[in-house]
Design a protein around this ligand. Structure first.
Ligand code: ITT
Length: 190
């Protein structure tokens, strides 16, 4: 089976830009698909992404991906984790910085689960990047919690990086690279 075109079900254009940059390297074009992303309540990013992908595939029947991601902060017991989208909308970057005031342990990880749905096949690919929550918001690139996340080995936040630089580290780039490798192997096999 040769997949040259894949749809990404998302309302977040930044996700599309980041993921399509990765897939392009593998000769796969990622296109936005405007159908509702059905989000089940679950603590598992994999389960949220897979259920959404399954339902979207049932409704459109095209090869597609749904990605679910979150920021897991060590000192907050993994919060906001699977609730990152909701927490971002409610309290944003400022709210997280407030919760982290006076907290010395700044460790945090971003995680991503990218669920692929093809005719007769489903797979989930995960990616993770760990680092630190900055003391203040910095940079204007990216989205969500990018201005307060510094990946390990860097001094800049994700929001201070270009898409290509963020993709060298990011949870999303790792998950989509795994997905692309899987598709490349399918090609060789078929
Ligand atoms: P879709 O569901 O439409 O794909 P979304 O932005 O709501 O878009 P998620 O449900 O995966 O995406 O929510 C993840 C939230 O976690 C997102 O709103 C951000 O606040 C945060 N997040 C995830 N990945 C991020 C990244 O790479 N940089 C910054 N924040 C990120």
């Amino acid at each position: 089976m040769r997949i040259r075109e894949l749809y990404l079900v998302t309302s977040n254009r930044h996700k599309l830009v980041e993921a399509s940059n990765v897939l392009r390297e593998y000769g796969i074009e990622l296109k936005p698909l405007n159908v509702a992303k059905v989000e089940v309540q679950s603590e598992s990013l994999e389960e949220v992404a897979l259920t959404a992908a399954r339902l979207a595939f049932l409704s459109v029947g095209k090869p597609l991906v749904v990605e679910d991601a979150g920021l897991f902060i060590e000192a907050l017991g993994g919060f906001p984790g699977p609730y990152s989208s909701y927490v971002y909308k409610k309290i944003g970057v400022k709210g997280i910085l407030k919760l982290m005031e006076g907290v010395e342990d700044r460790r945090a990880c971003f995680r991503s689960a990218a669920a692929l749905a093809l005719p007769g096949m489903e797979r989930v690919f995960v990616g993770e990047v760990c680092g630190f929550i900055a003391r203040e918001s910095r940079g204007s690139g990216g989205f969500g919690f990018d201005p307060i996340f510094i990946p390990e080995g860097e001094s800049r936040t994700f929001a201070e990086m270009s898409v290509e630089e963020k993709n060298r580290y990011s949870h999303r780039a790792k998950a989509f690279r795994r997905l692309a490798e899987f598709l490349s192997n399918l090609r060789e096999a078929g």
